[in-house]
Design a protein around this ligand. Sequence first.
Ligand SMILES: [Fe+2]
Length: 143
Amino acid sequence: MSLEDIIINSKEKANMPIFNNAAQVFNHTFFFECMKKNGGGEVPEEISKHFGGKENFIKTFKEAGMTQFGSGWAWLLQDKFGNLKIVKMPNAETPVMYGEKPLLTVDVWEHAYYLDYQNKRADFIDTFLNNLVNWEFVLKNLK
Ligand SMILES: [Fe+2]
């Protein structure tokens, strides 16, 4: 099975150990692909126009990451109707299980930022957006 099929299949069968591991492999692999050295910078127009501008995109994405209570992920995704959305998901939840297409994610599990940022999740998300996002990867998936 593909990783995506394992995620969907294990979720349907409520096989949580398999689901959690498969989904977290997908989420982390995707997260790492969303980053590059000296990334970040201007949010591409193709993305920001769906959110009322660049500043509002940043604000909304950051808010999703900041308001995820406990462990989880903030996502930019394309839903089944092609609409761009920013959502937060707890634990190992992933857009893949809903048939949605992930475009960008940031890991907001504490392990992702605690060593460098302690409790300052906001600073970690700022660094991610300003210095790490690989927008070419995001746009490649959008097309
Ligand atoms: Fe993580």
